[in-house]
Structures are given as structure tokens and as C-alpha cells.
Design a protein around this ligand. Structure first.
Ligand SMILES: Nc1ncnc2c1ncn2[C@@H]1O[C@H](COP(=O)(O)OP(=O)(O)OP(=O)(O)O)[C@@H](O)[C@H]1O
Ligand code: SF4
Ligand SMILES: [Mg+2]
Length: 328
């Protein structure tokens, strides 16, 4: 097991009170495996990802029953130990490339710095590795490109550099948070394909956060569906698409489970609004939008085993077909 997270909770202090942004989230990823996390905006996907890298904002507090990387307790790691892990065995690709790039330094310097921070390598070896990876991510004239500053590259090129930088130290796990949504639609598919191909050829584990259910159906081994800070359903990808069991998941998939025609992006929107997480809710978070809601849903709802590593947080799982109106 590469990464194992059990009962992760993240609270965020705001001017209006404490936001229970992530509640009891658990998952694991093995070598070479792809976990996709989907869910409506604000449901806690990015905060979950940032917590894995020790990059939470100062206003956030994290607790977890367990959080291990390759068997080592991440909660006990010092800042230096986390830094040694980040960009090395565990890398992250953010949505916006400039989050990862320093505008004041050439991309060559940044690629070499990442490598030499984690490896005992000469400048020449680091440069060879940088050129190799720039070529792998489809950048032509890689040798000359090393001298470019980020602003001299297009958005798509910058994100290619970010992918190369994330792979410099051959990470075992890569966390990609909507890695192409800031880019032109025409290059999104190409960059995603590239990233997935590199993941396969390097044998990395991957956590992919995305709104694109079509992508999820193609690449995921396992899927987590989040809603208002909680996991509402988790299953091997095939089971999720053939037997979506939580009303929210069914709504996302348009209530027509068909693995060969999953809805393409963007994530369909469902009438109603997500509840505020400022006060911990007692009952089901989906209650106000769920056509099956009843008084019984006002008590705390646990994830229920459906079988075969498939769990859903709903007391009415299995109660016939649920059809929800979805606004595409
Ligand atoms: N630095 C912060 N300060 C205050 N609240 C924050 C901060 N970062 C995130 N939040 C809040 O935490 C919750 C979860 O945010 P998060 O960014 O994880 O959502 P998300 O699922 O990634 O959404 P999106 O799909 O829009 O990226 C949201 O309510 C958000 O407003
Ligand atoms: S627990 Fe109740 S309100 Fe929540 S999803 Fe299930 S049926 Fe709907
Ligand atoms: Mg996000």
C-alpha cells in the first residue's frame, strides 16, 4: 500500500465560524493504481489532496485515525521529512501551472533544483534528466527551452513543464488536482493522455481529482464520490458506473448507469444547493436535494457496505431506481 488515509477530518477557521470541510474521509492507493475523486465544487477535494502533502493553509486543522505513506506515519513527520517526501516520492500537479513555477527563474533552473534537492546528482546529470523529461512531455527543442522563463511559454507548455517537474524524481504517487481545466479545451485531452501514458510507463500510483466523468470511466481503478465534505460513495470504477447506489452519484451519472456512455464534462449540476459546512450537520448532507429523503435521514448516516469494496452513505441503498432531474 502506497498511501493509506483513515478518517481524515479537516476543519477550517473562518470569520463566520469553523468550517467542517472534510469529514471522515478514508481511502488508499497502491502502486500503479489510479484513484479518482469527483464531486461538486467546494466538497473538499483539493483540501483533501493538499493535506496529503502537508500543504494545508494555516487556518486549517487536520486530524486522522491513520495517514501513512509506504507504511510510515505521515502525521509524525517533521516539516523537513515532509519536504523530503514532496516532489520526490510524492508529487502534486495543480490546476494552475503558475502555482508550481517561479516566474523569476528559468525552467531549467527550476527542474534542476528539484532534482538536486532530492538526489546526489551532478549538474550535468540533472540537466540530462530535465531534457529527457521535457522531451517525454512533448516539448521540442528541450535544450533551448531550459533557458526560457515561464512567461515565455504558453499555458499548455507551462503545464507540460509542471508535469515534467513533478516527474523529475520518479515519484511513486502523483496527485493531480484538475490538472488541465485551466487550459484551452483543444489541448486538455492531449495533456491528460500524456500524463496517463507517463503514469503507466513509470508505474506510478495516481490520485486524480476531476470533474470529467468520461475521464474517470477511462482511467480509474477506484472512485470516490464526495459531497459536502463527506465520501458518499466509493467503489471500484466498473461497479460505480454499472451500479451507482447513492442518489447523488446516480444524479451525476444522469440516473442512467451506462459505462460505455458516461456523461462527459462538465459535471452535471443538480437542482438545489450544497448545505453550509459551517455547522456540523447531524443527518444526511444530501437531504435537501434528495427525492427519497425522509425523517430517518435526519440522523447521522454511516457508509454502508454494498459488497465487493463498494460503499454508499445512504439508508435507502437498493430501494429501486432513483431518478433525479439533472441540468446538464
Ligand atoms: N484557505 C481557505 N480558507 C477558507 N476556506 C477554505 C480555504 N480553502 C478551502 N476552503 C473551503 O473548504 C471547502 C472545500 O474546499 P476545496 O477547495 O477542497 O473544494 P473542491 O472540492 O476542491 O472544489 P472545486 O471543485 O471548486 O475545486 C470549501 O467550502 C472552501 O470554501
Ligand atoms: S440517506 Fe436519505 S436523504 Fe440521504 S441520500 Fe439516502 S435517501 Fe437521500
Ligand atoms: Mg479544488
Amino acid at each position: 500500500m502506497l498511501i493509506n488515509v483513515e478518517n481524515l477530518n479537516i476543519d477550517i477557521a473562518t470569520a463566520n465560524g469553523t468550517l467542517a470541510a472534510v469529514q471522515d474521509v478514508s481511502f488508499c492507493v497502491s502502486k500503479g493504481e489510479t484513484l479518482c475523486i469527483v464531486g461538486e465544487s467546494g466538497c473538499g477535494k483539493s483540501i483533501t489532496a493538499l493535506s496529503l502533502l502537508g500543504l494545508l493553509p494555516k487556518v486549517a486543522t487536520r486530524t486522522a485515525r491513520a495517514m501513512t505513506f509506504d507504511g510510515v506515519d505521515m502525521q509524525m513527520m517533521s516539516k523537513a521529512e515532509l519536504r523530503a517526501l514532496r516532489g520526490n516520492r510524492l508529487s502534486m500537479i495543480f490546476q494552475e501551472p503558475m502555482t508550481a513555477l517561479n516566474p523569476l527563474h528559468t525552467i531549467g533552473r527550476q527542474l534542476l533544483d528539484v532534482y538536486r534537492a532530492h538526489r546526489k546528482a551532478s549538474r550535468k546529470e540533472a540537466k540530462e534528466r530535465a531534457i529527457y523529461l521535457l522531451e517525454q512531455v512533448g516539448i521540442t527543442n528541450a535544450v533551448q527551452r531550459l533557458n526560457n522563463y515561464p512567461h515565455e511559454l504558453s499555458g499548455g507548455m507551462r503545464q507540460r513543464v509542471v508535469i515534467a517537474m513533478a516527474l523529475m524524481c520518479e515519484p511513486e504517487l502523483i496527485v493531480a488536482d484538475e490538472p488541465t481545466t485551466a487550459l484551452d479545451v483543444s489541448i486538455q485531452a492531449e495533456l491528460l493522455r500524456l500524463l496517463i501514458d507517463l503514469q503507466k510507463s513509470f508505474g506510478m500510483g495516481m490520485i486524480m481529482i476531476t470533474h470529467d466523468l468520461g475521464l474517470v470511466s477511462r482511467i480509474a481503478d477506484r472512485v470516490i464520490v464526495m459531497y459536502a465534505g463527506q465520501v458518499v460513495e466509493t467503489a471500484p470504477a466498473e461497479k460505480l458506473f454499472t451500479n451507482p447506489s447513492h442518489p447523488y452519484t446516480r444524479a451525476l451519472l444522469g440516473s442512467v448507469p451506462d459505462p460505455s456512455h458516461p456523461r462527459m464534462k462538465p459535471l452535471p449540476s443538480i437542482p438545489g444547493t450544497v448545505p453550509s459546512l459551517l455547522n456540523r450537520m447531524e443527518g444526511c448532507h444530501f437531504l435537501d436535494r434528495c427525492p427519497l429523503a425522509s425523517d430517518a435521514c435526519r440522523k447521522p448516516i454511516q457508509l454502508q457496505q454494498i459488497g465487493g469494496n463498494h460503499e454508499a452513505r445512504c439508508i435507502k441503498v437498493g430501494e429501486g431506481k432513483i431518478r433525479l432531474k439533472v441540468v446538464a
